[in-house]
Design a protein around this ligand. Structure first.
Ligand code: NFS
Length: 657
């Protein structure tokens, strides 16, 4: 689908629940991101990266006859600066989240945060090795203190390079080293981006963009990867878990608490507090049968992966969920929280509770969280929600729910492929080499009301599995897939024959939910392990693999896309290009980066074209590796049977209640 002209209305969503709620919003005169996107068109100058507002001689709008800013900055310089500033903000958000996780680990290990403990000792030991922390005779708490110190050191590192860089294949490390883009300290790369893009500094587009790659790598192989690892140490490394998704996960007769944002620190404690007998008794005293937790955005993915808490919806569902009248509290921490939820909540009884010292919202109730009194704060929040239950007005919960299986950490994938005695990626590599699996793709990222909600996400995933490409997913894409039944074993019926055979044999869905957005680093680890396992080249860029963020909107998505590319994965972003105003910058991030880092960064608003290009890219990589040419019919016969329990289900609109 080509990018719509601004005057053309687009279908709002493929999710019938979202469409119903949008009708309700219109009837009740409630403003949402969908209606505001219709009223506010993107500024065409900024949209293409042609607006420079880094000093106060401007802002300079480089359009028409104006080809340079007051200082003489060219379109190339301006577009490149704008792009890497987005990347820096995204990397900062992910990495600051990672830093907070490391602080929590420290507080848990020293006993200052008594409500937390070290849940996954095996992961702690693995991370200690990555961070060159000797295990010796240390207790797990002592080891955790040293690991937390080392992790915190990576953010402020002044000398040398990030230790996690060594987790990349040797050939990839060489490429980074030769280009001088190996990340040093996480904070340092973000600060340097801001410095380089200040007025009168780095003014060569290619040079600016090189640093952008380094900054992105500091996120992917630094801040985000540390965040995932430390979260696993504290809360457990995910393994498969079943749950439900969509608005049918709300309960009419229970206190509904929606957890929204990104960090698992508070939400994990809320999950624990929700089964506390005293809290349950309090809920009953107010007439509720219990407490029902469900999640929005990436906090939802965090507590789904480890606790099986259901997914209410993705980024664009956050305002609409309040229209059900059934949410007694929406508890938010950081990132991807629309200020609009407070205004929507004014029309209903829902309490918006902000909790992070970094994120207050005018009009929301602020109950500040700190890890030292975590459980007591979690209980206060739940009591506030319970107190609000009797204030409900009319309730309208759509009876729509789908099933899902999530929890595919890279550790679990390795275990499921090789078994407990020989955890390995060998079977996956073999399946790719034989052509049963044509290739692999990561499909991730946000929602954006500039396109039909969930449509590009779901289209791309369905096309890929139909073409024997195994999919790993995170973030809002994973939630979109969940709502369409794409995270269930039954969906293997929609796969190409070779992929279906592999899914039958191993007993996995063809779309593997790997977690939240910081968990995109689990995908990096899988790719690094495939590249080093043998048979598929020596580097990530040799693999028949592709990345997609079809409905991206956030600066974090830019950082993720750029670290995928810098790691060797050609990536297709949807919506439109934030550097379209500069042909030279467009050339550098596509052809230029293909030469430099072996992968291109495409912005392709036509998601059908993006899939076609990605499949051609995957086939070209297979050819370069001299693998069997992919044939869609070769494995058809051996996969014609279908065990009864995998009979095709009806997805997208059925209830498991
Ligand atoms: Ni990631 Fe986009 Fe946000 Fe998660 Fe969703 S919007 S960049 S997927 S919730 S971080």
């Amino acid at each position: 689908m080509a990018e719509k002209k601004s005057s053309e209305p687009i279908k709002k969503s493929i999710d019938p629940v979202v469409l119903d709620m949008l009708d309700k919003a219109q009837d009740e005169g409630v403003s949402t991101a969908f209606s505001r996107a219709e009223e506010t068109k993107p500024c065409p100058i900024g949209h293409e990266g042609n607006c420079c507002k880094i000093c106060f001689m401007g802002p300079c709008r480089l359009v028409g006859k104006t080809t340079v800013g007051i200082c003489g900055a060219t379109k190339e310089t301006v577009a490149a600066r704008n792009l890497i500033r987005m990347c820096a903000a995204g990397a900062a958000a992910h990495s600051d989240h990672g830093r907070d996780m490391a602080h929590t680990l420290m507080a848990a290990a020293t006993g200052e945060a008594p409500d937390y403990r070290i849940k996954d000792e095996r992961k702690l030991k693995a991370v200690a090795q990555y961070l060159s922390v000797p295990e010796g005779e240390k207790s797990k708490e002592e080891l955790a203190i040293d690991v937390a110190k080392a992790a915190l050191g990576e953010f402020g590192r002044q000398e040398g390079e990030l230790l996690y860089v060594q987790r990349a294949p040797a050939k990839r490390q060489e490429i980074w080293s030769k280009l001088g883009i190996t990340p040093r300290g996480v904070d340092r790369e973000v600060v340097e981006t801001l410095h380089r893009t200040h007025i009168g500094n780095d003014q060569d587009a290619e040079h600016i963009l090189d640093h952008g790659l380094r900054n992105a790598l500091a996120d992917g192989w630094g801040g985000s990867m540390l965040s995932t690892d430390v979260s696993d140490i504290l809360f457990g490394t995910p393994s498969p878990v079943a749950a439900g998704s969509n608005f049918g996960t709300l309960r009419e007769d229970e206190v509904n608490v929606v957890i929204h944002g990104h960090e698992p620190t508070l939400s994990e404690l809320i999950v624990a507090a929700a089964s506390d007998p005293e809290i349950l008794e309090y809920a009953k005293s107010k007439g509720a049968k219990g407490i029902n937790l469900t999640g929005v955005c990436c906090t939802a993915n965090e507590i789904l992966m480890r606790q099986g808490v259901p997914l209410l919806g993705n980024f664009l569902a956050q305002e609409l969920a309040i229209l059900t009248g059934a949410i007694d509290a929406m508890v938010v921490d950081i990132q991807c929280i629309m200020q609009g939820i407070v205004k929507v909540a004014e029309n209903y009884h829902t309490k918006i509770i902000s909790t992070s010292p970094k994120a207050k919202i005018t009009g929301a109730l602020h109950i500040e969280f700190n890890e030292h009194e975590a459980m007591s704060i979690a209980k206060t929040i739940l009591r506030t929600a319970i107190d609000n239950y009797p204030n409900r007005g009319a309730v309208n919960i759509p009876d729509v729910q789908d099933r899902l299986v999530a929890g595919f950490s890279h550790e679990y994938i390795s275990y499921m492929l090789g078994g407990s005695l020989r955890e390995s990626f060998r079977p996956l590599n073999d399946a790719i080499m034989s052509g049963r699996i044509r290739g692999a793709a990561g499909v991730v990222g946000c929602n954006n009301p500039r396109v039909t909600h969930d449509d590009p996400h779901v289209y791309i995933v369905k096309e890929l599995i139909k073409n024997d490409v195994i999919v790993v997913t995170t973030g809002c894409n994973a939630i979109a897939c969940a709502k369409q039944g794409l995270l269930t074993p039954e969906v293997m019926e929609q796969c190409g024959p070779g992929l279906k055979e592999i899914c039958h044999t191993i007993g996995i869905p063809p779309v593997l939910h790997m977690g939240s957005c910081v968990d995109n680093t689990r995908i990096l680890t899988v790719l690094a392990q495939c590249a080093t396992e043998g048979g598929l080249g020596e580097d990530i860029s040799d693999l028949p693999a592709a990345g997609f963020a079809p409905e991206w909107m956030s600066e974090k998505a830019i950082s993720i896309g750029m670290y995928f590319v810098a790691s060797g994965v050609t990536t297709w972003m949807g919506i439109g290009s934030p550097v379209a105003g500069s042909e030279e910058v467009t050339r550098i991030i596509t052809e230029g980066w293909k030469e430099k880092v072996g992968a291109a960064f495409y912005f392709e608003p036509d998601h059908k074209k993006a899939v076609e290009e990605a499949l051609a890219h995957i086939d070209a990589k297979r050819k370069a590796l001299k693998l069997e040419e992919y044939s869609p019919t070769r494995y058809a016969r051996s996969a014609t049977y279908l065990p009864a329990e995998f009979a095709p289900g009806k997805h997208g609109a059925y209830s498991i209640k």
